[in-house]
Write a protein that binds this ligand. Structure first.
Ligand code: ZN
Length: 478
């Protein structure tokens, strides 16, 4: 609580001058009570792909907007089937600028009661944390978005552009990614000048001390490839050299030894510049400066690339994730297959990487096919590519920097490329610059998203709730 209030007080002067938003402590407290209520409701609606229902969560939120007086025409619950409906809500602005779109997913990763200390589908507050599936990924962000819109409506706030919010299905997997589906079927409902995606935990801390606030302005593309070696097999008492398992294993060995070329873009360049400028120190900082030179220092690059986290920022990566082979203990394998998962740097297409894998495998007997998100397999991969980074718009960056400085003194906003993938990839590909920022502080070594006993600090949740409301208000007051 104290964190929240001091942050709010600190913001008063800064924002009143800069962004025409004034602090309202009583309003913040009421909004936090509401946010908690929404958070609890969302966590306690199971939205997993296996047995959950996203529509139930979308409907529950729609009901809140109806009750708050949003016209029926500004609330849409729609999707490809009964379990995967998305919610789109619009708060009308003055029309001075084109709309801003807020996105967040309602679905969560599977969670089994027997793996957890507490029931994953009950919100439990204990030892300063909220526990439950989705507490961090990302029903916290969903609650902050819903709360902010309800609060703005209640205040009669008239933004300078429409604020559209989409709460969606299947970001974590499943048949029907909601952002993709909305873009294909109802683009007019969610069309916007730019997009704010809340799907992240952007303020990383160490032992509770915030270090850096990452703003994701570009993402790697995601692709799965299937590798298959086949031959006629036979009796295992007479081994032959053309063994499908050996063949595939050798090919996978070549992939494990291969490194895609080093590449920087405007975002990753800025990222290393900022890190070297006081966030990391010593040889690591020197190495970062050395790879920014042209040409990059090869030894510095080798040292940095030895750290898997940095390697993933400067290279396309491919890694074997599944393996299956043989049909009997006493038979030569007729078939061996593997899945290789790749994370592709902006600018390169999925088909380009398939061709590169074929070249590296260097074995015409091994088929390399593309596996789509829905499991469909095809001989060629899409020409789709992650787009070059979005421009760092001042109307997005400035309020963010002001709020971050006021909320976590001494913490800088660092532009970042996500090495994983989120729904931002769809909105970015649709031509809407997308910025991902989830303003929660989480210790670097305590990120439990997708894992057991997922949790988020209680103070972090409330700070983010207030932060988000001020952020969106600042952006839409300009
Ligand atoms: Zn997520």
């Amino acid at each position: 609580m104290s964190v929240r209030n001091s942050a709010a007080a600190g913001l008063l002067g800064l924002l009143a001058a800069n962004c025409a938003v004034s602090a309202d402590t009583a309003g913040d407290q009421a909004a936090n009570v509401l946010a908690h209520d929404i958070y609890k409701q969302l966590i306690e609606i199971n939205t997993t792909d296996s047995v959950g229902n996203v529509t139930t969560a979308a409907e529950a939120m729609a009901q809140r907007f109806r009750a708050a007086g949003f016209p029926a025409a500004d609330i849409a619950v729609l999707g490809p089937n009964d379990r995967k409906k998305n919610l789109v809500v619009r708060l009308h602005g003055s029309g001075k600028h084109k709309p801003v779109l807020l996105i967040g997913h309602l679905d969560v990763v599977e969670a089994r009661r027997e793996d957890w200390t507490t029931d994953p589908f009950t919100l439990i507050e204990k030892d300063g944390f909220f526990y439950g599936r989705g507490t961090l990924d990302m029903k916290d962000g969903d609650a902050a978005m819903v709360t902010a819109l309800l609060r703005m409506k209640q205040e009669g706030f008239r933004p300078s552009r429409d604020i559209v919010m989409a709460l969606t299905a299947d970001e974590e997997g499943g048949c029907c990614d909601g952002v993709d589906w909305l873009l294909r079927n109802h683009r007019e409902l969610i069309d916007a000048e730019f997009v704010l995606n809340q799907d992240d935990w952007s303020v990383s801390s160490e032992h509770g001390v915030p270090q850096v606030a990452k703003l994701v302005a570009t993402e790697k593309a995601y692709a799965d490839y299937q590798l298959i070696a086949t031959n006629k097999g036979g009796h295992s008492s007479v081994p032959r050299p053309d063994n499908a398992i050996y063949q595939l294993a050798a090919a996978l060995g070549r992939i494990s030894q291969f490194q895609f070329p080093f590449e920087l873009n405007s975002i990753t360049r800025g990222y290393f510049e900022q890190l070297a400028n006081g966030i990391v120190t010593g040889e690591q900082a020197a190495d970062m400066r050395a790879i920014l030179r042209s040409p990059p220092d090869s030894q510095a690059l080798q040292r940095l690339s030895a750290d898997p986290e940095y390697a993933a920022v400067v290279h396309t990566t491919c890694v074997a994730t599944r393996l299956e082979a043989g049909h009997a203990n006493n038979a030569l394998p007729q078939r061996a297959q593997a899945v290789v998962n790749c994370r592709i740097l902006p600018g390169h297409s999925l088909e380009e990487v398939r061709q590169e894998l074929i070249r590296v495998l260097n074995d015409p007997q091994i088929a390399v096919r593309y596996v789509a998100d829905n499991g469909e397999i095809s001989d060629k991969a899409p020409e789709r590519r992650a787009l070059p980074p979005a421009p760092l718009r001042p109307d997005v960056m400035k309020p963010l920097e002001v709020l971050v400085a006021a909320t976590w003194p001494g913490v800088k906003v660092v532009p970042y490329m996500a090495v994983g993938a989120s729904d931002a990839v769809y909105t970015a590909m649709a031509g809407m610059p997308t910025y991902t920022f989830g303003g929660v502080t989480v210790d670097r070594d305590d990120v439990r998203a997708h894992g057991r006993d997922e949790r988020l600090g209680v103070a972090a949740f409330y700070t983010w709730n207030t932060f988000f409301y001020r952020y969106v208000k600042a952006i839409t007051s300009q």
